[in-house]
Design a protein around this ligand. Structure first.
Ligand code: ZN
Length: 167
């Protein structure tokens, strides 16, 4: 039923022309999933249902597929324009609120915890001053995964103070 839309979403994944929200990335981390699991899930999965985005009324799709390890993963995906084309102006728009004026920022994120804690600095994010949503591009997500895999050679040890709330 959703064959055509799934095909278009898969094309975008294959061409690495997608972004994901920073919030979604955090959920993904909690589940122990990598960006490869998400891509694999979309490439192997099927659309379960169409939903309506509350903010933009755009259709979005719930896809269930397989992870790299053969597990199950559910992803919410939508297709949207990245740029608005106006005379003499090509401006990137926010994928969430559709407004123009998104900015490129750099942030620091931590991954894992305890002995496995890894801090990555200067991660490029696309940030929307209108709705506050932040995105990571496909290229950035892949680079983060590469850094995590090669942390032994890429990371430098630095003494950092780590605090924790009482359990
Ligand atoms: Zn926005």
């Amino acid at each position: 039923m959703f064959d055509k839309i799934l095909q278009r979403i898969r094309q975008k994944i294959g061409a690495q022309q997608y972004v994901r929200t920073l919030h979604a990335k955090e959920e993904m981390e909690d589940d122990g999933l990598t960006i490869y699991d998400i891509e694999q899930g979309i490439m192997t999965g099927e659309v379960l249902e169409r939903q309506k985005d509350r903010a933009t009324s755009e259709p979005k799709y719930r896809i269930r597929g397989e992870t790299v390890g053969g597990g199950e993963v559910e992803i919410i995906a939508k297709l949207s324009l990245t740029y608005t084309l106006k005379p003499r102006k090509c401006q990137m728009v926010c994928h969430y609120c559709r407004k123009e004026g998104v900015q490129n920022r750099r942030i620091t994120r931590t991954y894992g915890k305890g002995e496995d804690l890894l801090v990555i600095e200067n991660i490029p994010v696309v940030s929307c001053p209108n709705c506050g949503e932040r995105y990571l591009t496909a290229a950035t997500l892949h680079e983060i995964e590469r850094i995590k895999l090669q942390r032994k050679t890429l990371a430098v040890e630095r003494l950092v103070e780590v605090a924790s709330f009482p359990l």
